[in-house]
Every structure is written in structure tokens, then in C-alpha cells.
Design a protein around this ligand. Structure first.
Ligand code: 8YV
Length: 322
């Protein structure tokens, strides 16, 4: 008998077709995010559940007596929406989809960096509103990007891909903070310098880009004190997870000019975005588009299929996180 699997959101067609061929698959035709009760029920009914960032799986979702699910094959590289310890305690394997979204997420980080520095969002809003009065030497002056310093917090795959674009594309100097030592070819060819603390990076960087995991370990890593520790005129970019920044402190720093601006793709409590943020001009806001390209979303799905297939054939899963 084919394993019973639940895909919690709509996935690219090509991946859904393959899943339907290989497994006894239930799709979420309405594409509405599942509630905690629905996810809990799914763990009782399916051999594998394929969740994504819009599915919250705290310990309470794993608390029922009978759990049928043996694999959570997450669609996405970040998995801080899943309580890994609770999954492990119930004997559930968890996998993610690393690597395939590195380039596209780094591209979005650079898009945000350029857009906020050069006031692209503001300019587009002005033009569309019919408020552009024509060229003049003092119109909408932004900050130069080329040659500046980028500070990367979290020098993993996406951090390195972002630094590479900034360095080779825009001649930027690279400094970074990472908990463990990073000293490989990629870092050496960029001349990137690893610094001892987040503060040391904030003190040097004109642009700070976050690439560390979300969840308890990094919650509010960027708080009011660290926003103050950034250089005057610096910009903050977040394509990691919303909870890495204290969002209220960020609003205050943007309002008072403690930092020059921010580019955000992720939010604490998304999809809700506070009006205090949407009403500010010095922030560029994207709706979690990091991996949103045809090629990458298909590749993410295929990676999840590989994990599922390996698991149910009794082979080691390629992307095990628990
Ligand atoms: C995903 C992401 O598309 O993979 C991640 O961690 O942040 C995104 O780019 C999203 O989380 C869906 O899983």
C-alpha cells in the first residue's frame, strides 16, 4: 500500500503530479493555511505531512496520544515553525530543502538592499500617484551602494551567496559574524573578514543583512540596543525570519532616524504587518518572496519528494534536520 501523505498547501503542478503518482496523496485544494487542530488531526491520519512556513507546529500540536506520522518533509529551508524536540520525542523524522533556494533568496536580499538605498519603492509610489514633478538635482537622493561595507549575520549558504553578489557585483567590502569559524575558499576569495561579535559587525557595516535561523536561539537578536549600535545612515536587510528582529524597536529606530532604512521580506507574526511599518517611507516591504521563482519552487518540491521517497524506501533521507 502506498504511504498516505498530506500536502498542506498547493505546490507547483509538476511536483503535485509526481507526488500523486508515488503516494496516496491528499492535497489542500483551497490552499488555506491549516489550523492547529487540523494539523494535529493530520498527524493522526497521515504517514507523512508536508508542511511549510505557514503551518505552525508547536509542541501542543504533537500532544495527542496516537501519532501515525513518521515524517515531516518541510517545503523550505527554515524550519523554526516546527518544534523539533517535540517531533523527535514522537519519533518523527523532519527534513527540509536546503541549497535550492540559496541563489533566489540572495537575489531578494540584494533587491531589498538596492531598493531601500536608492529609494526605489518610494520613487515608484510617487510616480504612480502622479506626484513626480520632473527631474531636478535634489530629487529623492539616496545612498550609494557600490564600494560600501556589507555586514552579514549568519555566514551559511545564503549569507555567502549574498556577500558574493555584494562583493563581486558592487565592489563591497564584506565583514561577517558567524557562531562557528568560517574559513573556506568562498570567504577567502571575497576577502571577507569574520568578526568576533554581532556588535563588531554593526560598528563597521553600512548594510547589515540577516541570514541566521529564526526561532528561540535568535529571537530579537537585533534589538533596540543593537539598532543603536549600527552606524548612523546604515540600512538593515532581513530575508531570514521576522522574529530575529524586535519589530517594535525597528519601527522606533526607523521613525527616529537611528538607522536610515530597512528592507524586509519576513515579519514577526506574518502575514500581519503592522501599520507602523507600512506607513513608513524608509522601509521596503516584500511579502516573503525569497524563494518565489518558478525554478526554485519546483526544485524545493522535488527536494521534498526525494526526502519522502528515500524515507519510504528505507534509505537515509538526504536532508534530515531531526
Ligand atoms: C520559503 C523560506 O519559500 O525556505 C525558507 O525558509 O524562507 C522561504 O523562502 C518559505 O519559507 C516556504 O517554506
Amino acid at each position: 500500500m502506498k504511504p498516505r501523505i498530506l500536502v498542506t498547501r498547493r505546490w507547483p503542478d509538476a511536483v503535485e503530479r509526481l507526488l500523486a503518482e508515488r503516494f496516496d496523496t491528499t492535497f489542500n485544494q483551497d490552499d488555506k493555511a491549516l489550523s492547529a487542530a487540523e494539523l494535529s488531526e493530520a498527524l493522526e491520519q497521515f504517514d507523512a505531512v508536508l508542511p511549510t512556513v505557514s503551518d505552525k507546529l508547536p509542541a501542543s500540536v504533537f500532544a495527542q496520544t496516537a501519532v501515525r506520522t513518521r515524517l515531516l518533509a518541510n517545503f523550505g529551508v527554515g524550519f523554526s515553525h516546527i518544534d523539533i524536540e517535540a517531533a523527535r520525542a514522537r519519533g518523527i523524522t523532519v527534513t527540509n530543502t536546503p541549497g535550492v533556494l540559496t541563489d533566489c533568496t540572495a537575489d531578494i536580499a540584494l533587491s531589498l538592499l538596492l531598493a531601500v538605498a536608492r529609494r526605489a519603492g518610494e520613487g515608484e509610489r510617487q510616480l504612480r500617484a502622479g506626484d513626480w514633478k520632473g527631474w531636478c538635482p535634489t530629487h529623492m537622493i539616496g545612498a550609494k551602494v557600490s564600494g560600501k561595507t556589507i555586514g552579514i549575520i549568519g555566514m551559511g549558504r545564503i549569507g555567502k551567496a549574498t556577500a558574493k553578489r555584494a562583493h563581486f557585483g558592487f565592489d563591497m567590502k564584506v565583514v561577517f559574524y558567524n557562531r562557528s569559524k568560517v574559513d573556506d575558499e568562498a570567504v577567502r576569495t571575497m576577502g571577507a573578514r569574520q568578526l568576533d561579535s554581532v556588535e563588531a559587525v554593526l560598528a563597521e557595516a553600512d548594510f547589515v543583512s540577516l541570514h541566521c535561523p529564526g526561532g528561540a536561539e535568535n529571537r530579537h537578536l537585533i534589538n533596540a540596543a543593537r539598532l543603536k549600535a549600527m552606524k548612523p545612515g546604515a540600512f538593515l536587510i532581513n530575508t531570514a525570519r521576522g522574529d530575529v528582529i524586535d519589530q517594535q524597536a525597528l519601527v522606533e529606530a526607523l521613525e527616529s532616524g537611528v538607522i536610515a532604512g530597512a528592507g524586509l521580506d519576513v515579519y514577526d507574526g506574518e502575514p500581519a504587518v503592522p501599520a507602523a511599518l507600512t506607513s513608513l517611507d524608509n522601509v521596503v516591504l516584500l511579502p516573503h518572496l525569497g524563494s518565489a521563482t518558478e525554478e526554485t519552487r519546483v526544485a524545493m518540491g522535488m527536494r521534498a519528494v526525494d526526502n519522502l521517497t528515500a524515507f519510504f524506501e528505507g534509505r537515509a533521507v538526504p536532508d534530515r534536520v531531526a
